[in-house]
Ligand binder design. Structure first.
Ligand SMILES: [Cu+2]
Length: 496
């Protein structure tokens, strides 16, 4: 077993691949049936050391998304679904995913968080030629390690059209027990075409609209002050697109996605946030959350009342069903202006069937999760770095670029590293916005846990992480607010 595999599997009890052959969709998973149509379990590959081959087909195409009854908009989708179909596989299986591009523009698919071989990483111009309209590309990689991931387009602002979906790799032997397992896709809702920061010319005619009308009670602590619109599509003051709400499972709060449970069960909720730009706080009415994984990596369970997810971050939590009723699962923007989103946790054996509406306790106080609360079960041991990069994140002045050390990608120097080195990135945020910074192809250590995306606080917030250069190639490092990424907040990390 090479160093890389050992590092990430230590302590998780990998079992032989032969035990992983069963194709089993999680009970109650809404999209299990949908994906089944596109899924075949095929013969095992010739090599005895690999798991079964699983084949999926993702068709990127134009279509309609219905976010509430009668509320339909034209957008871009995978397999006609929004969010895209849940891809759920078992640790060790070999994935073969055929992506067909039926869009009028180029596209690619990135497997966010999975340390795939470089050529499978889906970054246009860096790891592959983009998939032209009418063409296909076959992504092949091993489903390892287990975790909750995201797949999404990596071209331009396509994430904000709906080209997102959940990728779940189930553990052979989870470190926690649970009775149900649901993936919740959190998203910011943007009807209409996303536009880059450079293109704010008022083409969308959003001028004068008061965003968040009717929802402006401010309890979630979103940025409510200020008059906002200074003209054009982008809310210039907040530097956010005109999101009209937050979605869970592609649904607005008036028609929420419902997750069922029964008294006495333990429910695993995989909270994943492939939002285009929005950082959210999440809390559940009447229940605490036991955090068991961050960005897919297992951690010592820690119980909290709320947690924050930057764009592309994921947390798995276990909820103990000890409080029968119908409860809201609420997400609220902590940057930007989108009104809150909601799903529902419903006890099928509860007498009352009315939603216990209101603001979950987690928004009124209680314990919030911080990175320092996370103790990874797998870890990169503490140590001195061989190479340190100090990275200043700047931008946000009227119409300016978003930069790292003053350079805006692609007019930016690659960060050069050598295989085998331990690398440290130290980021400081000299801007007024949050930056969820993501490194492709590697897990990194934040505090005592492994992650792949780390939120750097606004107004001189700082964050640092260490990683081992163990996956050679040309890798993207960028802000996962896609508007910042498109305006330059990105670098290539290149192995010499
Ligand atoms: Cu950013």
């Amino acid at each position: 077993m090479d160093r890389r595999k050992f590092l990430w599997s230590a302590g998780t009890g990998i079992v032989s691949a032969g035990l992983l052959g069963r194709s089993l969709a999680a009970e109650g998973s809404r999209s299990a049936a949908d994906i089944a149509a596109a899924t075949d379990t095929i013969e095992r590959q010739d090599s005895g050391v690999t798991g079964p081959l699983r084949e999926f087909r993702l068709v990127a195409q134009q279509g309609e998304a219905e976010v509430a009854p009668g509320k339909v908009y034209q957008t871009w989708l995978y397999n006609g679904q929004f969010p895209g179909p849940e891809i759920r596989v078992k640790e060790g299986e070999q994935l073969r995913i055929i992506v067909e591009n039926q869009l009028p523009e180029e596209t690619t698919v990135h497997w966010h968080g999975v340390p795939v071989p470089n050529a499978m990483d889906g970054v246009p111009g860096l790891t592959q030629k983009p998939i032209a309209p009418g063409e296909s590309f076959v992504y092949k990689f091993e489903a390892t390690p287990a975790g909750s991931y995201i797949y999404h387009s990596h071209v331009g602002l396509q994430i904000d059209r709906g080209l997102i979906g959940p990728l779940v790799i189930e553990e052979a032997t989870p470190h926690v027990t649970y009775d149900r397992d649901y993936a919740l896709v959190l998203d910011d809702y943007l009807p209409g075409d996303p536009q880059p920061l450079g293109g704010m010319g008022g083409r969308r005619g959003m001028m004068g609209r008061t965003m968040g009308d009717g929802c402006n009670d401010g309890w979630w602590g979103g940025n409510r002050q200020g008059g906002g619109m200074m003209g054009g599509w982008m809310d210039m003051e907040r530097q956010m697109p005109p999101y009209q709400g937050l979605l869970i499972g592609g649904r607005l709060p008036d028609d929420p996605q419902v997750f069922e449970t029964k008294r006495g069960e333990r429910v695993r909720l995989r909270l994943i946030n492939p939002s285009g730009a929005t950082t959210v706080r999440a809390a559940i009415g009447g229940h605490r959350m036991m955090v068991t994984h961050c960005d897919g990596r297992p951690v010592e369970p820690v119980t909290v009342d709320s947690l924050v997810l930057g764009a592309a971050e994921r947390y798995d939590v276990i909820v103990e069903a000890t409080n029968p009723g119908v409860w809201p699962i609420v997400i609220a923007a902590i940057e930007g202006n989108a009104p809150p989103g909601r799903a529902v946790l419903r006890y099928t054996d509860a007498a009352a069937s009315a939603l216990r509406d209101g603001v979950p306790e987690g928004f009124r106080g209680g314990r919030q999760l911080y990175y320092q609360d996370l103790q990874g079960l797998e870890t990169l041991p503490a140590g001195r770095p061989d190479r340190v990069f100090d990275l200043m994140l700047r931008g946000g002045m009227m119409g300016s670029a978003w930069t790292i050390n003053g350079q805006a990608y692609p007019a930016a120097d690659p960060l050069m590293i050598n295989k085998g080195e331990r690398i440290r990135f130290r980021m400081s945020n000299h801007s007024m916005m949050l930056h969820p910074m993501h490194l492709h192809g590697h897990f990194f250590r934040v505090g005592n846990a492994l992650k792949d995306t780390v939120l750097v606080g606004a107004h001189m917030g700082r964050a640092e992480f260490d990683f081992v250069a163990d996956n050679p190639g040309r890798w993207f490092f960028h802000c996962h607010n896609i508007y910042h990424m498109e305006a330059g907040m990105a670098r290539e990390v290149r192995y010499a």
